[in-house]
Design a protein around this ligand. Structure first.
Ligand SMILES: [Zn+2]
Length: 264
């Protein structure tokens, strides 16, 4: 059956956008039907609202969206951006984490694959960020707002791309790129919080190391479980911030170790 007749074509308003994929800005070579034709009965029988438009699309975007039973353009655009970013996650990571100079230092075959990944990642980021274009459906025109330029802040410094911000932050604060980028996403996409979290964890680790050694020595000497000793000492020390590790150990000894004599 010819279902295509139920769909109103969406057309670009400006000639520069003719033949452009509405999802990613690449050259369009087919149409994406909203809602997809294979799901059309879900939308015609139920009283759910769908756009019933056909939009210019590249084959990759159309194929990525094939199984998505989504009936409106805006939600389909959101879904596509997520699917595209997932599909090329590795390439995006290579682009963000590797500078040209770092790639140059690698051996020839690794260089080639890194360069390929990095170029692909760069291209995908442009497609994911593509904001669409002004379009017309059945005589009514929809203007698409120009996207606000996204700025990435590292304290008082501002950057146009995640890659540049990451590079700056890693050099300035001496943190590995993969570590900082992981913390960035775990900290609600904030470099400031990520850097603070990093330093906080480092401090905690340093503190733990300072405490660990005497605890292990104590556990060995008095035949105690070293996890128990460390945990209890940490507990004493958080309850009383002035408490030093040897005093905390003496407190533990008096309480739990038979025949313990404090040597402080
Ligand atoms: Zn596309």
């Amino acid at each position: 059956m010819d279902y295509e007749k139920y769909y109103e074509p969406l057309k670009a308003v400006h000639s520069t956008d003719f033949n452009r994929c509405i999802y990613c800005g690449c050259e369009a070579s087919c149409s994406d039907y909203i809602p997809p034709i294979n799901f059309i009965h879900d939308w015609r029988d139920a009283s759910r609202e769908a756009d019933f438009i056909s939009v210019p699309s590249c084959t990759e975007c159309r194929d990525l969206l094939k199984k998505q039973n989504i009936g409106s353009l805006d939600l389909r655009i959101d879904a596509l951006k997520g699917l595209l970013a997932d599909k090329y996650e590795k390439a995006i990571r290579v682009f963000n984490h590797w500078s040209d100079e770092e790639i140059q230092e690698m051996d020839a075959s690794f260089q080639r694959s890194l360069k390929g990944g990095s170029n692909l990642g760069k291209e995908v980021i442009t497609r994911v960020r593509f904001a669409g274009f002004d379009y017309e459906v059945n005589g009514s025109i929809t203007r698409v707002a120009k996207p606000e330029k996204r700025l990435f802040k590292v304290f008082e410094h501002e950057f146009n791309s995640f890659k540049e911000a990451l590079e700056f932050a890693c050099l300035t604060y001496q943190i590995k790129k993969s570590k900082l980028s992981q913390l960035y996403f775990e900290s609600g996409e904030s470099f400031e919080k990520a850097i603070e979290n990093f330093h906080y964890t480092m401090k905690l680790q340093e503190l733990e190391n300072e405490i660990k050694q005497p605890c292990q020595k104590f556990a060995k000497q008095y035949k105690q479980n070293s996890d128990f000793v460390l945990r209890t000492v940490m507990k004493y020390m958080t309850e009383d911030e002035e408490l030093e590790v040897n005093i905390a150990l003496a407190k533990l000894g008096q309480r739990y170790v038979k025949g313990f004599k404090a040597v402080v």
